[in-house]
Design a protein. Sequence first.
Length: 196
Amino acid sequence: MPTFNQIKAILSQKTVGIAGAGGLGSNCASSLIRSGVGKLIVADFDRVSPENLNRQFYFRKQAGMKKVDALRENLHKICPGCVLQVHDTRVTEDNIELLFSVCDVVVEAFDDAEQKSILINYMLTHLPHIPLVAASGMAGWGGTEKIKVVKSGNFYLCGDQESEISEDNPPIAPRVNIVANMQADIVLQLLLKELF
């Protein structure tokens, strides 16, 4: 069994892209930095809002800040020397390659279905050699036994694939964090596959 130092030595050489810095992206980024991933490339155009603090890795005093700036601040508190490349931009078909083509793995962490679709379709069509770890179905509470990973080639989908976000079924920290950490765990499996 490899030691944590051996694991960190491998992870320190890896680059992971994260498209979206909300509940999924911010929590996934935290787990990846804590695990020793060498570089994160994060893209998001949104700002931290108080009503989303129930599930995102931000703090009340950061309300109004650009998510990528607040995330950089928080991740540097975990690991002052971590390498972070953040982009305050909306991810579009025109910039996906520029943002993520150097990554070993990319994480899809959007709330918006249209953005999810654009990234997934582009990655599978134009960058199929880069594993993509996406998410669908994390709203509400309970039912964690339904949360799973579905794999198709280099595409991994985490979640229950059915629980839609609504007024009656909001995204809440436990399930969002379970899926975000499931995404982080799949990323680690992909980055460390040479050990097994």
